[in-house]
Design a binder for this molecule. Structure first.
Ligand code: NAD
Length: 488
């Protein structure tokens, strides 16, 4: 069985940790590889390499730095099929979902190619007689990202292209549950001819995360994962004097008003709930109907029931398994919790048996109706293919319920009323808003704007926020003495 190695200073090196865990295909339970638990000494080796690379890289003009990104974009596109298959094998999502994930990753590479313009400074002439003041942006140094299992390809690309285009060096710590995708990416990075050590990758879990958070050589940390760990990373990185952006978990509500177009709304909402088996931080989770609801309820049940569940490399399959057996047990436990709280199962996807994949972590589409709004399930991130359906009388109550949510990653509304949509946009306490959209995922030029417990920090991933996060401003006030004394 292949034991994965770290990519440090342009070499594939064994981790200092002797402990390994298995990387498992969630649909078949086949062991794909073994990944090291990791060790702070691995982080230290990566930082030393990154520091050397940074010293030279920051002097290279931005216009030259981005040439490597154009090359990387080409390599990602040429290898799209293999990279997508790898995501499906280790994460379980369907091949189409994996490919769509890469398109989003590549968009960030393209956007970061605009860095020569995006990182330009500001200039004010004559702030006083003969004195000019200007602001330039310079890179911060060695930066690191810690990513979750659910988007093994895209999430590191919310950060990496911007970090290096701005002149920083970069260390990636992939999720230990899906380490193969970034390993494949590093094989491509190796072909770019970048300065040795500019991008390093360290595999592992908590000990590598702590190694990153404690290492004095790392200046900025980007994290994506569950809220509890996001908060931990935010606090510890800040306590160690680092810049930090930490994106956390979610519980995304969707309001359907009686004036929404039922057929298209149903299709969009069902795709949002069950895409990637509900393991998206922008998956719709609580569907709130306002007013009459019989027709939309029947429509949602019918469309959910028909979703094909199975192994993601098979063409007809629309939904894969959840990531681990523990995850399946946890999600099924939450469904049980919803029933105990008074919810009614309209569709029960528990204990799903998929022919040929009996050992897979499958749960079929599930709908639970009428859970109490102040109950445990209504406030808990499920991260599985489960729709909680609640019926509320007015839009005011619906917005009030949304704003009582401790998370604030996304909130959506389906309506044909511009007035209600505008009000929702203004009043909903969430950072990504969808209006007749089921997955309000910002494209690369916008920040991924989680709020409340979905985000700790101030500058988000992607867009201009990324440029601000990966640069520090330097203000220069300048006077040339002869000019100052010249008579006007
Ligand atoms: P996770 O928090 O378990 O793991 C994320 C990273 O943290 C991994 O690299 C892991 O190795 C590390 N980690 C895990 N436990 C740790 C600990 N005790 N100490 C230090 N580091 C630790 O998250 P996950 O299960 O991989 O991903 C799913 C979660 O990520 C969900 O909550 C989802 O909503 C969230 N997510 C959020 C966004 C967003 O943009 N807000 C995007 C994707 C996923």
């Amino acid at each position: 069985m292949e034991k994965l190695r770290n990519y440090i200073h342009g070499e594939w090196v064994q981790s200092k940790s002797g402990t390994y865990t298995k990387v498992i295909n969630p649909a078949t339970q086949e062991v794909l590889a073994e990944v090291p638990a990791g060790d702070p000494a691995d982080v230290d080796a990566a930082v030393k390499s990154s520091e050397k690379a940074f010293a030279a890289w920051k002097r290279i003009p931005a216009g030259k730095r981005i040439q490597y990104l154009f090359h990387l974009k080409r390599l990602l596109e040429e290898n799209l099929d293999e990279l997508s298959r790898t995501i499906t094998l280790e994460s379980g999502k369907t091949y189409a979902e994996s490919k769509a994930e890469w398109i989003r990753a590549i968009e960030n590479v393209e956007n970061a190619c605009g860095i020569p313009t995006l990182m330009q400074g500001d200039f004010s002439e004559d702030i006083s007689l003969g004195i000019d003041e200007y602001m330039i942006r310079q890179p911060v140094g060695v930066c690191a990202c810690i990513s979750p299992f659910n988007f093994p390809g895209m999430i590191p690309f919310w950060f990496l292209p911007y970090a290096i285009a701005c002149g920083n060096s970069f260390i990636i710590k992939p999720s230990e549950r899906v380490p193969l995708t970034m390993t494949k990416v590093m094989e491509l990075v190796d072909k770019l001819g970048l300065p040795t050590g500019l991008i390093n990758m360290v595999h592992g879990g908590k000990s590598v995360v702590d190694g990153i958070l404690e290492h004095p050589g790392i200046r900025a940390v980007s994290f994506v994962g569950s809220s509890a760990i996001a908060r931990y990373v935010y606090a510890k990185a800040a306590a160690n004097g680092k810049r930090v952006q930490a994106q956390g978990g979610a519980k995304n509500p969707v309001i359907i008003l009686p004036d929404a177009d039922i057929d298209t709304t149903t299709q969009i909402v069902v795709d949002s709930v069950y895409g990637c088996a509900g393991q998206r931080c922008l998956a719709a989770s609580t569907i709130i109907t306002v007013g009459e609801h019989q027709h939309i309820t029947e429509s949602l049940v019918e469309m959910s029931r028909n979703r094909q569940t199975g192994f993601g490399l098979e063409e007809s399959v629309q939904m894969g398994p959840v990531i681990t057996a523990e995850s399946k047990t946890r999600v099924q436990g939450l469904i049980e919790k919803g029933i105990q709280e008074g919810g009614k199962l309209l569709l029960d996807g528990r204990n799903a048996a998929i022919s040929g994949y009996e050992k897979g972590n499958f749960i079929k589409p599930t709908i639970i109706e009428g859970i109490p709004l102040d109950g445990e399930l209504a406030g808990t991130e499920i991260f599985g293919p489960v729709m909680s359906l609640v019926h509320i009388k007015t839009i005011d109550e619906a917005i009030q319920f949304i704003n009582s949510n401790k998370y604030g990653n996304m909130a959506c509304i389906f309506t044909s009323s511009g007035l209600n949509a505008r009000r929702f946009r203004n009043e909903a306490d969430a950072g990504n808003i969808g209006i007749n959209i089921g997955v309000a995922a910002p494209v690369a030029q916008f920040p991924f704007s989680g709020w409340k417990e979905s985000f700790y920090g101030d500058l988000h991933g992607q867009g201009k926020h990324a440029v601000e996060f990966y640069t520090q401003t330097k203000v220069v006030i300048e006077r040339w003495l002869k000019e100052w004394t010249r008579k006007f």
